[in-house]
Structure formats: structure tokens, C-alpha cells
Write a protein that binds this ligand. Structure first.
Ligand code: DC
Length: 196
């Protein structure tokens, strides 16, 4: 069976948690596409060359989850040649046999517009910054500024900006508990699975 669940949305909205839960529930493979951009951003040197030569070791290096890596990722993600270098890998992952969940910014709009299920997971910047702050500590105001800066860059770029696909189901986790958000996502997938 070829079946893709595309999960897009801004940083710290809960995409990763929902993606992992959906993948575990249905036995699908999961790709956190933000990690690809984080690895490119942290590799140093020319980002286009980094994207073209990205390998498994780059995705396992330390520090990819930090705020700095997120900012570096968001900066290299505006470069069309960087995005182009990562498209084929993501598309093959999405359409390989066995079912796949991809979370990112442009999965339902650019990487896999034919995805069987598209979710757009969002929450207010304040709620997202608070969650991120609980993980990383430091000054909450700085985390909020970082979230806003990254939103502006990810939504404002010319190539594959962050936006909900027209046919995406929007899940706002500002006031929804994570269990309810996961249940909503699982119900959406269940409703689209082939019968029998
Ligand atoms: O999901 P994340 O926070 O790990 O993503 C880090 C950055 O990578 C994000 O701010 C923008 C970029 N990104 C992207 O442009 N397209 C994706 N599909 C995933 C991430």
C-alpha cells in the first residue's frame, strides 16, 4: 500500500508528537523533514553543497535539536537550490511501499500534494514558545522572539512557504490536549485507509 500522511505547521505546534504517534499506530515509516534542513544548516560551508552531499551521519550529529540549529535550518531553507536537493529523497520516502508520515512545512503543498491525508498542526506563538521554553529553558521572551522570527521567515519565503494546503485538516493545539490532537489525527487517517 502506498499511503502518505503529510503533517505541516510552524515550530513547536506538536507536529512531531502527532507524527510519531500516527506512525506507531499504523506501522508507517516516519521522516522528520526539519532534521534534513537542520543538518544542512549545521554542516557549515556552502549550504547548497551541504544539501547535495547530505548523508546518514549528518542526520545523527549532536546539537540538531537546539534553537541555534532551528534558526540555521530556517535560514538555509529559503535557498531554492537547497530545497531542490532534498526533494527527491523526501518524495521517494513518501511514496515507497508501506505507508509514510512526513512532518515539515511544505509536505502537503510541494513535496507530496497527492498525500492521502494532510494535516496542518498549529497553535498560537505564545503557546508554542512556552512549550519550547519548557524543553530548552533560558529566557521565555527570547524563545518567543525566536519562534516569531522563524515563523516570519518560514511563512514569508518565496519558495515553498509554510501554509496550509487547501485540503488540509487544521488541528489547533493551543487549547487541545496532545491526546485529543493525536486522536483527531488518527481518526483522519482511519477515515482514508483503504477498506478490507
Ligand atoms: O520542524 P523544524 O523546527 O525542525 O524545522 C527547522 C526549519 O527547517 C524550519 O524553521 C524551516 C525548515 N524546514 C523547511 O523549510 N521545510 C520543511 N519541510 C521542514 C523544515
Amino acid at each position: 500500500m502506498i499511503f502518505t500522511v503529510a503533517i505541516d505547521g510552524p515550530a513547536a505546534a506538536g507536529k512531531g508528537t502527532i507524527a510519531r504517534a500516527v506512525a506507531a499506530r499504523f506501522g508507517f515509516r516516519h521522516l522528520d523533514t526539519g532534521l534534513l534542513y537542520r543538518a544542512v544548516g549545521m554542516k557549515g560551508g556552502d549550504p547548497v553543497a551541504a544539501a547535495r552531499s547530505l548523508g546518514p551521519a549528518d542526520l545523527e550529529r549532536d546539537g540538531l535539536r537546539t534553537l541555534e540549529a532551528g534558526q540555521a535550518a530556517s535560514r538555509v531553507a529559503v535557498i531554492p537550490e537547497v530545497r531542490a536537493a532534498l526533494v527527491d529523497f523526501q518524495r521517494r520516502f513518501a511514496r515507497a511501499e508501506g505507508g509514510a508520515v512526513l512532518d515539515g512545512r511544505d509536505i502537503g503543498t510541494v513535496i507530496c500534494p497527492e498525500a492521502e491525508v494532510k494535516l496542518y498542526v498549529t497553535a498560537s506563538p505564545e503557546v508554542r514558545a512556552h512549550r519550547r521554553w519548557l524543553e530548552v529553558g533560558g529566557e521565555e521572551a527570547r524563545v518567543l522572539a525566536e519562534v516569531r522570527e522563524r515563523d516570519a521567515r518560514d511563512m514569508g519565503r518565496a519558495d515553498a512557504p509554510l501554509r496550509a494546503a487547501d485540503d488540509a485538516l487544521v488541528i489547533d493545539t493551543s487549547e487541545l490536549g496532545i491526546d485529543e490532537a493525536v486522536a483527531t489525527a488518527i481518526a483522519a487517517v482511519t477515515g482514508r485507509l483503504p477498506r478490507g
